[in-house]
Structure formats: C-alpha cells, structure tokens
Design a protein around this ligand. Structure first.
Ligand code: MG
Length: 379
C-alpha cells in the first residue's frame, strides 16, 4: 500500500511574531520543513507539501538548497487547515493508499512515531499520534469557574501525523461540508470512522509561539569533530581535492581517488557523531572502494549520520599544499561538498594554505587536509 505524507505549511505564523512562514524557521541550524521532509524520506512513497498561496517557489528553493531527495509535490493551500488538507489529498497521484497528515510546524517528529502510525493504519485503518495528558485538565465556564475535572487517565493530547486511507479521508471531507474541525481525527470521528490512537512523542511539539521554538532549540545539542588526512603525490594519478579534479603534473596516491580534503571531512563528521573513522566504515581492503570517488563516500557518511538522528550544521576544511594554486577551484569544491552533505553552500568553507616550503607538504611530497564539522543531536 502506498504511503503519502501530507505536510501542512499554511499556518499564518502570527503567534510566532513574524510574517514569514514559521515552518521555514531554523531549529538546530536546519529549517523546520527540511527536518519534516527528512523524517518522511524513506518511509513515504511521496510527499505533498501544502503551502500558503504564492510560497511554492520559495519552498522549492529551500528544499533544493538542503538537498531534500524525497519526491515532493508543492501545492498552494486553501483558506484554512481543513481546506488545505483537502487540497493536498486532491493532489495525490492516486486514491488507493494511505495519507499521513502532518503539521509542518512539528519539525521534531521521529521516524519511530511515523512508523507506528503507518503500522496502525495497515492493521486498524487509522492511526493518530497522541501522548497521554500530563497536566490535569479542567472544563470551565466563560467566567473561568471550573465546571468539571475529567479523569486524566482517559485524556490524550493530539499530535501529528494522523494517518487514514485516502478514500476515507475524502469521504469525511465530503460529509463535513462547511463544518470545521481542528484536526483530521475530529473530522473522521464526525464522519463516523473509528480513530485509533498511537503513542506519539513528547518532543514532537508544535511550534506555535516563540517559547515553543526556544524550547525546541534547547533540545538541540551541538557536537563537534575534527579530521586529518594526508596522501603522497605521485606521477600518473589525477589530483582530486574537495571533490574537484585539479589539473596538475601529479596526483594523490591511495586506494580510492585519495581526496585528502574529503577524507578529512568524513573523519570530522564521524568524529562528531562518535561513529569511528573512515577506515572502519570504508575499509581499503574492500575492493568496492578501489578508485571510488570520495564524494560518494561523503554522501554515504551524511546519510548514515542522519540515519542516527543527527543533522549537519556546518563544515570547515583546510588544505595544506605548496602547489598547485587552489584558489580558482575553491568555489567548485564548496559546491561539491555542500551538495554531498545536503546543506547550503554558505555552511561549507574550504581554505588552502602553503606551509612556506616546510615539511612534506612544503617539499611537494604530499598534500594534507584538516577539517572540522558541527552536527546537532536532538535530545
Ligand atoms: Mg585518505
């Protein structure tokens, strides 16, 4: 059964105190909507992103800049949440699968929550993420006088995703007519469909006010790593550095393309994540990596780091070489590295220096590189 994620990003964001779309605000260095898309990558067959009118191009640009690879269709929303959800449903390529409707303002959703919702739709026909209420909830009249204290044990706070069969959702929208509901579970209940709750996550908060955003920022713990690599310069080899082939009389010797700059960066990332080093992940005893482009290894490193729940903040690489001149190639290196990491070019720095003819770099026997990388862990 096809699984579609429907990300609602049409909120006005006025309570966040800005006129911009709050789903584009950064949390731990990454726009919220990019975090959402990455959470659904690999779990959903397709993503439909419902934006405010005339924001489609802006969202497309942000997703491209952050290297979001999942198939994303961007459509303009309606006048309120319910209308936007319906627009999203109508934009799906077919009506046979399930739709996971998700608030774009919940960027900290995890793969575990999404998987629980998908499993519940498969087995029960519905699955809505929720957490048991921690606070005692009161019902009060218009003057604030308590009318009733419902039993807390039976109270749940709703989150998203909320998953249902596309067909059922469309039928519920039809039967709702002009009546408005605050979430899709309520819409389904009103139409007579059973709604199954599944365990959400207390960290899966909705960014409504600046306080929510500050709280989410507080959950982001930065981790830093450094890397170093050096390779010998030899005849009859191409010179690869920072993912770019540089015309020169010699090249770096090694099992892969021997791109010391990329190798140092990979080690910096793995160091930040506490995931070992390049030799352990891509052993040079393995023929699969013979002559391989190191950029492919960098891309795979970024994928594995995100798989562990980290996001990449920024990276800084320094190349130590007496010759050739690196300056003309640095923009291309930044572009290649940023693309492989799935972060904007502005977050990737490449610098080069000579060693004033000192040491093996200075004598032209080899080239070395150092790197630092910052990643964020959500705690
Ligand atoms: Mg190396």
């Amino acid at each position: 059964m096809k699984v579609y994620a429907l990300l609602l990003c049409g909120g006005s964001g006025t309570r966040m105190g800005g006129s911009g779309n709050k789903t584009l605000l950064e949390i731990g260095g990454v726009p919220g909507i990019v975090r959402c898309c990455r959470a659904y990558e690999g779990l959903a067959d397709g993503i439909v992103l419902v934006t405010r009118a005339r924001e489609e191009a802006l969202f497309a640009r942000v997703l491209a800049e952050w290297g979001v690879t999942a198939p994303v269709k961007i459509v303009p929303g309606g006048e309120d949440r319910q209308a936007s959800a319906l627009r999203g449903l109508q934009a799906l390529p077919d009506r046979d699968g399930m739709a996971l409707i998700h608030d774009g303002a919940r960027p900290l959703v995890t793969g575990d929550v999404i998987r629980r919702v998908i499993d519940s739709v498969r087995t029960c026909g519905s699955g809505a993420a929720a957490v048991p209420a921690r606070d005692t909830i009161k019902r009060a009249d218009a003057h604030g006088r308590v009318v009733e204290t419902p039993d807390r044990a039976s109270l749940w706070q709703m989150q998203t995703p909320q998953g249902f069969f596309v067909r059922d959702l469309l039928r519920a929208h039809e039967s709702a007519g002009d009546r408005r509901y605050t979430d899709d579970a309520a819409l389904m209940e009103a139409a007579g469909f059973p709604v199954q709750l599944v365990m959400g996550d207390y960290r899966n908060v909705k960014m409504t006010s600046p306080e929510d955003w500050k709280m989410a920022q507080g959950m982001m713990v930065p981790r830093i790593g450094t890397g170093f690599d050096a390779h010998r310069l030899v005849e009859n080899r191409a010179l690869w550095l920072g993912g770019v082939c540089i015309p020169y009389e010699k090249g770096l010797d090694g099992h892969s393309d021997a791109d010391a700059a990329v190798h140092a960066l990979i080690d910096a990332l793995l160091g930040a994540a506490g995931m070992g080093d390049i030799g352990a992940l891509f052993p040079d005893s393995d023929d699969a990596y013979k002559g391989i482009s190191s950029v492919i290894l960098l891309k795979e490193t970024a994928r594995r780091i995100r798989e562990k729940g980290y996001e990449i903040g920024n990276a800084d690489v320094t190349i130590l070489a007496q010759r050739p001149k690196m300056a003309p190639y640095i923009p291309a290196m930044r572009q290649a590295l940023a693309e492989a990491l799935g972060i904007p070019q502005a977050r990737v720095s490449v610098k080069a220096t000579t060693t004033e003819r000192m040491g093996y770099e200075g004598r032209g026997e080899g080239i070395s590189a150092q790197a630092a990388a910052l990643i964020y862990e959500t705690v």
